[in-house]
Design a protein around this ligand. Sequence first.
Ligand SMILES: [Zn+2]
Length: 144
Amino acid sequence: MKRKPVPPPPRRVPADPGLWSESSRGSVAAYFTEEYVDEQYKCWHCRANSTFTALDQKYTYEVRKANVNQNRQLCEPCWRESHRIAKELASQASAWRESKQTLKIDKAFISKWLQLLELQETYVPYRHDVARKNMLRNLLGNGA
Ligand SMILES: [Zn+2]
């Protein structure tokens, strides 16, 4: 008889809050965090079950100095994709700043920008840029 494989217990890694960013060191968590434990979560975009591993937490908070008061919302591939989108959006915005007059009649540019913004919304459940989307829709002529 085959037994169902038992999932390994969550991994634990000792924490060193002294290495956190300044704002994290000032947080309540700094007083009681002694170790990191694997954390399960569901990806907000693709609904995949993911793990924010104890080791990754240590790296994120102690090396990258990210704020400890945040939750992981995306799995690794979705996180990378959301960064790619954010980068493209930044380059759209900087092109816009440089040549607004030419670009505001460039429908291909405008609709790509709008699509990127809409795509980004499926990855981040906050900071929807409604004003910018309306501006782009108006420029495409279907916003009024
Ligand atoms: Zn995902």
